[in-house]
Write a protein that binds this ligand. Structure first.
Ligand code: GLT
Ligand code: MN
Ligand code: MN
Length: 396
């Protein structure tokens, strides 16, 4: 076993819908048979994962009678106990059934909104029964093409009403769950409401129980919008709102690719892992490292488990490289020379005294601007850590 092989302590999780994705796309049929949830549990446990996450209908088929639901859940719980796997996160499928064609919580038809709310209550009960403490909301259908159909302000209000209702429900039942909202700019809708992690962070501050609600940023979704996942995650961490994370890979300007973690934009993946792992001496993200990605459509089941191992190994390899980068004496030296720490206290917290001192500082813009910052060197060192030419203290 190599030091990069995953173990449960790494807290890697996969959605049942990820490794279980049969490869259907808008142009083609499934290329793999549907995998049974219990089979997925066993195989992921063999691969060294910590747990699985699920939508209600990844486990219990839509419309299943109560007795069938109970039998499926019993069998799944037995498999959890047998494999030692856990279910840290659960969510609701509010996008597959045609009833959600105009959205779920934001739909114009209040019967649709009632149906979505009721389906979510049941799915929260299911999540609680399986031990989930994080509940994700991805509003994939909460959007529009014909924008005249509703005032987007009403969509936001309806989304807020739904979340306030559900927060109260979770409190009333004493489930101790937190909610994590996931942004996406478009697909499957032309435009999706609350399209970025940043917009969700503001929306949370308008809820009745903001302390219960955080974000679930996804690499692919921020990248589709041409934004920096690293910056989105950093803002969420700084606000203590990173409740969950969806790791995968994506190229800008494409459909939602959901590729194997780290398989595109290795530099961003490196910086993301470094951020999550608290490198550079900062706070660490403590939640599960969840992969919301799909194996290539070219794969059979062997490729599916290759894909799962690949996501986890890449994460661990990047973690080791990030640690080496932060311990590199040249990096420490370059970073130490970047900032004029001694005047920092002057810049925080206004007072007349500080204003006076600030005005008296000998600051010459041209003089300051002349200094090169050494970022070329810093970035190249980082690249060489990623490329593996700067291992174990070697500077050659
Ligand atoms: C769906 C979507 C993901 C969300 C999942 C949670 S489902 O696969 O593409 O980004 O995280 O509902
Ligand atoms: Mn996702
Ligand atoms: Mn995605």
């Amino acid at each position: 076993m190599s030091r990069f092989d995953p173990i449960p302590e790494d807290r890697f999780t996969f959605g049942l819908w990820t490794v279980g994705n049969p490869g259907r796309d808008p142009f083609g049929d499934a290329v793999r048979p549907v995998l049974h949830p219990v089979h997925i549990l066993r195989k992921l446990a063999e691969c060294g994962a910590f747990g699985v996450n699920l939508h209600d209908n990844d486990l219990v088929p839509f419309g299943a009678p109560a007795a069938e639901r109970d039998r499926i859940v019993r069998e799944f719980k037995a498999a959890l106990a047998e494999t030692g796997m856990v279910v840290p996160m659960a969510t609701t499928n509010l996008f597959t059934h045609p009833v959600f064609k105009d959205g779920a919580f934001t739909a114009n038809d209040s019967k649709v909104r009632a149906y979505a709310l009721r389906k979510t209550l049941d799915a929260i009960d299911l999540g609680a029964e399986l031990g989930a403490k994080i509940y994700v909301f991805w509003g994939g259908r909460e959007g529009s093409e014909a924008d005249a159909c509703r005032d987007p302000r009403d969509a936001i209000k309806r989304f807020r009403d739904a979340l306030d209702f559900l927060c109260e429900y979770v409190r009333d039942r004493g489930y101790g769950m937190k909610f994590a909202l996931e942004a996406k700019p478009n697909e499957p809708r032309g435009d999706i409401y609350l399209p970025t992690t940043g917009s969700i962070l503001h929306f949370i501050s308008t809820l009745s129980h903001p302390e219960m609600v955080g974000v679930n940023p996804e690499v692919a979704h921020e990248t589709m919008a041409g934004l920096s996942m690293v910056h989105a995650v950093a803002q969420a961490m700084e606000a203590n709102k990173l409740f969950h994370i969806d790791l995968n890979a994506q190229r800008i300007g494409r459909y939602d690719q959901d590729l194997r973690f780290g398989s595109e934009d290795l530099k961003q993946a490196f910086l993301l892992v470094r951020l999550l792992e608290g490198m550079g001496g900062r706070g660490r993200y403590e939640g599960p490292r969840h992969f919301d990605a799909h194996p290539y459509r070219t794969e059979d089941e062997t490729g599916v488990w290759e894909f799962a191992r690949g996501c986890m190994r890449t994460y661990k390899i990047l973690k080791a490289k990030a640690k080496a980068f932060d311990a590199d004496p040249e990096v420490i030296d370059l970073l130490a020379h970047q900032e004029s720490w001694e005047i920092d206290p002057l810049l925080k917290g206004y007072s007349r005294e500080k204003e006076r001192k600030l005005r008296a500082l000998p600051l010459d813009a041209n003089d300051i601007a002349r200094r090169g910052l050494g970022y070329e060197r810093l970035d190249q060192i980082m690249m060489e850590h990623i490329l593996g030419t700067r291992d174990a203290g070697s500077t050659s």
